[in-house]
Design a protein around this ligand. Structure first.
Ligand code: RB5
Length: 148
């Protein structure tokens, strides 16, 4: 399922904490390695603080992939995508989660914690990590993403 030997990086704010906690319980049950960059409770926090920890871990090679969650998914997604090696994709159903791997080679799956169920979240995680990048014309497009 997971196309890397490195731990999956996890990050959320308070609004994404419960979904992240649920995903962690399933990762534990399945023996999937992860690093949880916080937050660690439902106390109110600022999502960039945790997005940048995960983003830095991807930039420095500590993690190849991640999952992030905030309320809408947007704030944490915006902050993550400031990192050079991050392609974080906000997903709301399994077909979008599949396409962001196939077409965008997304390396972070970002979820809107206040708008998806636990089951929907885990179904997206499974399909995200089970889907390989298609390459070809999509590689050309990805190569044009960085600002020059
Ligand atoms: C927190 O209330 C909320 O603003 C945050 O989780 C996220 O939705 C921001 O984009």
């Amino acid at each position: 399922m997971i196309p890397t030997d490195k731990p999956i990086g996890l990050a959320s704010d308070h609004a994404g904490y419960e979904i992240k906690k649920y995903l962690i319980s399933l990762f534990d049950a399945e023996g999937i390695k992860y690093t949880d960059f916080g937050t660690y409770s439902t106390d109110s926090v600022d999502y960039p603080d945790f997005a940048h920890k995960l983003g830095a871990a991807i930039d420095n090679g500590e993690c190849d992939y991640g999952v992030s969650v905030c309320g809408t998914g947007n704030g944490i997604n915006m902050a993550l995508n400031k990192h050079h090696k991050v392609r974080s994709a906000l997903c709301w159903n399994t077909e979008v989660a599949r396409l962001v791997r196939l077409h965008n080679d997304a390396n972070v799956l970002t979820l809107p914690g206040r708008f998806v169920s636990q089951k929907e979240a885990y179904d997206m995680v499974k399909i995200f990590f089970d889907t390989a990048f298609e390459g070809g014309r999509h590689q050309n497009r990805i190569d044009k993403i960085p600002c020059i």
